[in-house]
Design a protein around this ligand. Sequence first.
Ligand code: ATP
Length: 323
Amino acid sequence: PRADSLDAHGNHADARWPRQNSLSMKEWDIPYDELKLFETIGTGRFGTVYRGSWHGAVAVKLLHVHSLSDHGVPLDTFKHEVATFRKTRHENLVLFMGACMKPPRLAIVTSLCKGMTLYTHIHIRKDKFNANRSVIIAQQISQGMGYLHARGIIHKDLKTKNIFLENGKVVITDFGLFSVTKLCFGNNARGDSLGIPPGWLCYLAAELVRALRPHASLHLPFSKATDVYAFGTVWYELLCGEYPFKGQPPEAIIWQVGKGVKQSLANMQASRDIKDILMLCWSYRASERPDFPSLLITLQKLPRKRLARSPSHPVHLSRSADS
Ligand code: ATP
């Protein structure tokens, strides 16, 4: 009988699986010539994202292949990550459409996200999200992340730059591609000697920070619990409009997080329940961090602040309550 057991990556452990896998992979193989590339949207550490067209508007992440091979990332790693990517279908996750897998043309094609990233909203435009809106956003992130984890996929790079807001709907991008797109920046001039790009450190749980070594991010112990830690930082950014440990040098952050010291919440204007979520997600011990389904339940139970008076709430009563 066909073994249906899944390995750590959520793939079938059946010995016959690789052959089937490579066959079905063809369905997702997009011939490079079929893609139309327009302007650059942005350049990340390992690839450039273009606005493109393939049966409609798409985003094309073109990987810098020479840098992959220069850093010893085999084509198989790329194919493996693409195989992971194509298993995802969820409202709050970017739609994977296919990939170009013939070197030197390696590209990942996804739906084009409209709207802006949470990073742009929070850190560039300085938009303020009230508690109710933050809760709704956090719920959607938890839903998307809960789904990923249920499929055995660890995001490894959850951050506000990878979360789009499209007319109020959360769309998470860039999941599971960490090994091919992020791992080889150790000697990148954009990072420091530990290969830490700005704005990355505050998403790293204590066990990741403690495992940081120059040029060795390939072996960082990412887990579902490290994704939950990163979610905690996103939650903090939503509520406070800035990164935790703001303005502190990397060494200071590494020392504190590695020892279990958290960003103080003393000056934060928020209810106990909201702060408790932060503290739980940032727990020093991975085993004490909640999982996304339980985070979702906690978020759903948070009392909503009544922003507008509803018709069922008579005005004279509210007045008397106010006075
Ligand atoms: P890093 O490499 O440090 O993670 P990054 O997240 O900015 O940086 P990329 O993920 O390569 O790098 O993204 C480059 C740019 O493309 C970003 O501005 C990102 O918001 C944008 N982008 C990525 N995916 C999409 C998409 N599906 N739709 C629209 N824009 C996208």
